[in-house]
Write a protein that binds this ligand. Structure first.
Ligand SMILES: *Cc1c(COP(=O)(O)O)cnc(C)c1O
Length: 483
């Protein structure tokens, strides 16, 4: 049999039945497109065909087996059915060894949390409280990005006695870490979450009678009590029973034997503002609410109102408990507090340089090419941190990073996963003449030499508060390391 085509017998000649990698890919793709079955069925069919190729040709010619494997890799249908475990794929990476590669060596950007700062800040606040006043550590939003379990444990260890969260799932995370301290959800969850509250022994804030009764009924059915804190609206108009209706509210729900009023609280809208009139109005209304409860024979339980700003500025409103949020993490809620307490920021953010180049004069950098190079004396360095990591895009070309002790301008638009900054080797403040290299550490938040990049300076650029900036870094996909 003449296997040549038109008499041509050069290197293009094939053995009968030979299937090249390209043929296998093409065949799989054509069949995947032609078959209108479900993707799973398509994948099974093409996989069966690929296996047939491999079995027919594999042992005789290793190349053909590889060809079929390549086909299995490239065909969109086959990808779906591709082996996922390293065992099946014939590779022998030890999963334990893979798991041991440290997080900061997988991607060169990370968040560091200094738990001794959490301890210091807790103690600083504790020292300002009258004996017997409780301290609630507010660890919502994964402890403002610092890690709820780690922060809660450290705070409880350093003088806090209560925990505050925003959602039932945040509370469950703490309970599952075997944290036994009282936990208050700082809002009223949906009624459908009531079994979770009871099951995990988490207290809700309550402000509707419907919720109160549903909660009490559920607790009663299990033969347990239904502890809660009453939220009072004194002017912020977010949640709570109006200050002049609390007695009436308690009267409405008071018939239920399971309900147990553990605490009564309000929240200040302006404790961090220079003018204190609104703060005073809220305080006055809260005091009215408390006395109306007492007059109605209701014990308000643990009375609490102060957030960080009020804790530091207004000892008069500490009552029976304070709710410490942002200052637990080392931030000053307002300029007035700067000289009133010694706080240490717990979070820092670092990256390592992943690329360095000189860019010809006037060449652009990053999306839009808005930044233009100042010429060959400056180096453009890339770091793997972007707006998906909390480095907000609005900081583009405005923020500065610390490298080798000096402040460097971030240049060009901040991308989703990366951004660039420039190093002028003669920049002032450098510890030594800077020759940036791949792998060098850059400080995004933190100190280096005499200089420091602060969350507060980012807040100024972004016109926001430290809460938002550290939550953005700390709850991003960056690894969080504890020091
Ligand atoms: C978040 C929150 C706090 C903590 O506020 P900071 O300003 O971060 O100290 C206190 N109370 C309530 C009700 C909160 O929602």
């Amino acid at each position: 049999m003449d296997s040549s085509i038109n008499g041509f017998t050069g290197f293009g000649r094939r053995n009968p039945g030979f299937v090249s990698a390209k043929d296998a890919i093409r065949k799989a793709e054509i069949e995947a497109q032609a078959t209108q079955h479900s993707p799973v069925q398509q994948a099974r069919q093409t996989l069966a065909q690929a296996q047939a190729f491999t079995q027919g040709l594999g042992s005789a010619a290793g190349g053909a087996g590889a060809a079929a494997r390549t086909a299995a890799h490239r065909s969109p249908a086959l990808k779906f059915a591709a082996p996922v475990s390293s065992k099946d794929s014939g590779l022998s990476f030890d999963p334990d060894k893979l798991a041991r590669i440290p997080e900061e060596d997988r991607r060169w950007s990370w968040v560091e949390v200094d738990l001794s700062a959490i301890r210091h800040n807790t103690q600083q606040v504790r020292a300002r409280l009258a004996p017997g006043t409780r301290l609630m550590a507010v660890v919502k939003a994964d402890a403002y990005g610092h890690g709820a379990v780690q922060v809660a444990k450290m705070a409880l260890n350093s003088g806090a006695d209560y925990l505050g969260v925003a959602t039932i799932d945040e509370a469950i995370e703490l309970r599952e870490a075997l944290i036994g301290a009282p936990i208050l959800v700082l809002s009223q969850p949906p009624e459908t979450a009531i079994p979770l509250l009871l099951g995990y022994k988490v207290m809700p804030s309550i402000y509707t009678a419907d919720f109160a009764i549903a909660y009490a009924e559920a607790a009663d059915a299990f033969g347990i009590t239904a502890p809660f804190h009453l939220a009072v609206n004194t002017g912020m108009n977010r949640i709570g029973v109006r200050w002049d209706q609390v007695a009436e509210f308690m009267h409405q729900i008071g018939f239920h034997r399971a309900l147990e009023l553990v605490g009564t609280f309000t929240h200040f809208a302006t404790a961090d503002e220079a003018q204190t009139l609104d703060f005073q109005i809220q305080t006055k209304r809260f005091l009215e609410a408390l006395s109306s409860l007492r007059m109605a024979g209701v014990d308000p339980g643990i009375v609490h109102a102060a957030n960080s700003a009020a804790i530091i500025r207004f000892p008069d409103v500490h009552f029976d408990m304070v709710r410490l949020g942002i200052s637990l993490y080392g931030y000053y809620p307002c300029p007035e507090t700067l000289t009133m307490i010694d706080l240490r920021p717990a979070m820092s953010v670092y990256a390592r340089i992943t690329d360095v180049r000189t860019v010809p004069l006037s060449d652009g950098v990053s999306y839009g090419l808005h930044y233009r190079s100042r010429g060959a004396s400056t180096k453009i360095c890339t770091i793997p941190i972007g707006y998906a990591d909390g480095l907000r895009r609005a900081l583009s070309s405005r923020v500065r990073f610390l490298f080798n002790g000096g402040l460097m301008n971030q240049v060009g638009n901040i991308c989703m996963d990366q951004c660039m900054f420039e190093v002028d080797p003669y920049a002032r403040g450098l510890l030594s003449r800077a020759e940036p290299m791949i792998g060098d550490v850059v400080t995004i938040i933190g100190g280096d030499g005499d200089n420091v990049c602060t969350v507060e300076s980012m807040c100024e650029l972004l016109d926001t508060i430290p809460h938002e900036v550290c939550i953005a870094f700390g709850t991003s996909r960056m690894p969080r390391l504890y020091r």
